[in-house]
Ligand binder design. Structure first.
Ligand code: GUN
Ligand code: FE
Length: 456
């Protein structure tokens, strides 16, 4: 018997409570309600982890209606899924990953960014011109993402339109809510992975958006200029017009590597900083242009101020920054300044798609930053990285990543009984251990916007 099936028999106690009280009504129809029972952990602020033991997480029409010790009147008829001593946490958000790089996850790690792009990344991404290859690669990617603790993700595809559409189809089937971007790149890459012109890149992007219009319920498009060195000024200008026309969000890379930053200065001598090279084309935050920038390892005072002013989300990717010897991002400073920060695996600069592992790594990297770079920047805590992995990154999707009322109900149920210890652990200790051990096999159930995902 499969693990989940066995679990259902011996452990879950799914009851239909039949006590009195009215069921809720909205616009004359019954609202879909259920409750999850267990030890519930969630963030409200970067330094605040709420732990509610033996409590109910109320869900109505896909939204959270609070965490309570006793079922309130009106909820007695709701289905209760009793997960016993399991932990229930918000689904994790991966703010930055590359689906066509998943095939070489854990390989090619002995290079720096620009050499790695040329020798490892571009030749592999070029293979996604072949739909048969894309079918294999994206099936594996989607299946694995579904099984992990991630419920939301912002994902780069390749520049190929048919493969990007295939990736969106595969992800739609998982039940996860994600954003996917067809990559734009019209310079500084080999012929096999470069669009013919800015005009051709724009046309392909418009074709992609037309093809997918109204097709997906859970998967959304996001504009994806790869990074400044890959996009001519003309392409950036064209994408900027498309962005203003459509209001679509944007994702890209920023200040990841010193060689890359020097190159951007050469390519855009008019820019006052790397961030300004995006801002110049009006694709750097703002209410009308929600933007994620991955890495920001070398963002200085001026760049951080601009990100703050524009409301850019930072995808902090510590594993990738270590593997590519990029550096350590000043995350404590991001938090001090009140910037939007989430976590990214950067598969496959990062060598895993486990956001638990990225959480542990964010703490570890921050300790090295404090020890070796700046002793006024104290290391991150479990509370802070848990916040970034849930509410911090989730906020890019709206009210996502917490169990406060009105949040979309993304939840992950964690059964850590297989992680044996003779110690008697508190719930916080169990959560800390799950993050540091980063073992996704503990996932017993997963919900996205109130819908249960079938894990097998
Ligand atoms: N900068 C431009 N492209 C990439 C990429 O694929 N991965 C990373 N980490 N940085 C990039
Ligand atoms: Fe990346």
């Amino acid at each position: 018997m499969g693990k989940v099936a066995l679990f259902a028999v011996v452990f879950y106690d799914v009851k239909r409570y039949s006590g009195g009280g009215s069921t809720g009504q909205r616009k004359g129809r019954k609202m879909k309600r259920f409750a999850l029972k267990g030890h519930i952990c969630y963030s409200t602020h970067p330094d605040r982890l709420e732990i509610r033991e033996n409590s109910y997480l109320l869900c109505e029409e896909g939204e959270c209606r609070g965490v309570v010790k006793e079922l309130p009147q009106g909820w007695k008829e709701a289905e209760v899924k009793d997960y016993g001593t399991c932990l229930i946490i918000p689904g994790l958000t991966d703010l930055h990953m590359h689906a066509p790089q998943y095939g070489f996850c854990g390989m090619g790690m002995d290079m720096e960014l620009l050499q790695w792009l040329e020798h490892q990344v571009f030749p592999e991404e070029a293979k996604y011109a072949d739909l048969e290859y894309a079918e294999k690669g994206y099936r594996i990617f989607a299946e694995n993402l579904k099984k992990g603790a991630t419920t939301r993700a912002c994902i780069f595809s390749s520049l190929h339109v048919p493969a990007t559409e295939l990736l969106m189809e595969k992800l739609e089937e998982t039940g996860l809510k994600v954003m996917v971007g067809k990559v734009n790149m019209d310079r500084n890459s080999p012929d096999i992975l470069r669009e013919e012109s800015a005009e051709a890149s724009e046309a392909a992007t418009r074709q992609w958006l037309k093809d997918i219009e109204g097709k997906f319920k859970r998967v959304q498009p996001i504009l994806t200029p790869r990074f400044i060195p890959s996009c001519t000024d003309e392409l950036m200008e064209r994408l900027s017009h498309l962005q203003q026309e459509t209001g679509l969000p944007v994702q890209s890379h920023l200040s990841e590597n010193l060689g890359e930053i020097a190159w951007v200065k050469e390519l855009c001598p008019w820019s006052s900083c790397y961030g300004d090279a995006y801002d110049h084309f009006r694709m750097f935050g703002t209410e009308q242009c929600k933007t994620i920038m991955a890495h920001c390892v070398y963002s200085d005072d001026q760049e951080m101020e601009l990100m703050k002013k524009r409301g850019v989300w930072i995808a902090h990717c510590p594993l990738s920054n270590e593997n590519l010897a990029s550096g350590i991002a000043p995350v404590r400073e991001f938090l001090n300044r009140g910037l939007n920060v989430g976590l990214g695996s950067d598969v496959s600069g990062g060598n895993t798609d486990s956001i638990f592992r990225v959480m542990a790594d964010a703490v570890q990297a921050s300790k090295m930053y404090w020890r070796l770079i700046d002793q006024t920047k104290k290391p991150l805590t479990l509370e802070e990285v848990f916040y970034m992995a849930t509410k911090g990154g989730g906020s890019f999707f709206g009210n996502v990543g917490s169990f406060e009322e009105g949040y979309e109900l993304d939840a992950v149920v964690l059964d850590d009984r297989a992680l044996k210890t003779p110690m008697d652990l508190t719930v916080r200790q169990r959560l800390e251990r799950i993050c540091y051990l980063s073992d996704d096999r503990q996932i017993a159930a997963k919900y996205v916007a109130g819908e249960e995902i079938r894990l097998v």
